[in-house]
Design a binder for this molecule. Structure first.
Ligand code: NAP
Length: 257
């Protein structure tokens, strides 16, 4: 595991860059990205994982790590020209649409192979009461009563005008303005169904709001909402740029690489 204390923005640490070109630039910030980094490093591949630097205390992947934005498409293209990785794997969160768009454009511009690793979205089952929203603002217009907001710290401002109680759960405190009746819960998943049931009962939650992040790490709230008969508002995912090769699992990504 790399030493987090030594990490500074835009710095690559460890052996791969000194030795020459990294095999894979892994755009991360997700559990899948950490899993893939661990598997590649175990296979002897030189990996540089890139983190945006949003969290104060991120979970660091195996292998080398750089932290901070590249400086748009041009910055990423310059990084790719300098370091010449064999491939870029964009394993960012399904809602990190800006980074995904930049990766597609920079890889096209530099002729770098690009793979998008994106977990499947969630699918409603019997007993689920799900309502789809096109954006966070759209979701804010669909809810009332005591709202359990689990969309992360970015974009919380879209809910600032809600009049009722809003449980805002995120890893680090949001910088956006919060609703007047906000209760801030700082916590990092995964959460168990029992935890989610207890929380929703304690706060008498009327509706859950989430992004369609997919995956098992944060799915317990959906099970708890179903058990309690509570509706869930899900924000739809942004589209993936045309022409990008997409895989849905770490195993598929390893097979492609
Ligand atoms: P975003 O809106 O798509 O990206 C905005 C800018 O942040 C990018 O243009 C890039 O800056 C920088 N950036 C984003 N991901 C980066 C990465 N992995 N390495 C280096 N720079 C990165 O991204 P976001 O939604 O703010 O998400 C930021 C990070 O948090 C992502 O790595 C994502 O995987 C993770 N995350 C996001 C969410 C979510 O709901 N959005 C949830 C969980 C985790 P430059 O243009 O300067 O290169």
């Amino acid at each position: 595991m790399t030493d987090p204390v030594a990490a500074r923005p835009s710095e690559v640490r460890g052996g791969s860059v000194r030795r020459g070109r990294p095999g894979v630039l892994l755009l991360g910030g997700t559990g899948e990205a950490r899993e893939l980094a661990a598997a590649l490093v175990a296979d002897g591949v030189d990996v540089v994982s890139s983190l945006a630097g949003r969290l104060a205390d991120p979970r660091l992947p195996d292998g080398d790590v750089r932290v901070g934005g590249f400086g748009g498409v041009e910055g990423l293209a310059a990084w790719l020209r300098e370091h010449r990785p064999g491939a870029v794997v964009d394993a960012t969160h399904p809602f990190a649409a800006g980074m995904t768009a930049n990766a597609a454009r920079a890889c096209t511009a530099t002729g770098t192979r690009l793979l998008r690793l994106q977990r499947p979205g969630w699918t409603a089952g019997p007993g689920d009461d799900w309502r789809w929203a096109d954006s966070l603002a759209d979701a804010a217009g669909m809810v009332h009563g005591t709202v359990f907001l689990t969309t992360g710290r970015q974009g919380v401002g879209a809910f600032a005008g809600l009049p009722g109680r809003v449980l805002v759960r995120c890893v680090d405190p949001p910088t956006d303005p919060l609703p007047a009746g906000a209760v801030l819960l700082l916590a990092r998943g995964p959460f168990t169904v029992d935890d989610e049931l207890a929380l929703m009962r304690e706060h008498a939650v009327d509706v859950v709001v989430t992004k369609d992040s997919g995956g098992h790490m944060t799915a317990a709230k959906l099970v708890a909402a179903r058990e309690l008969g509570i509706p869930v508002v899900l924000v739809r995912r942004p589209p993936i740029p045309d022409g990008v090769l997409v895989v849905a699992s770490v195993q598929e990504a390893l097979a492609c690489l």
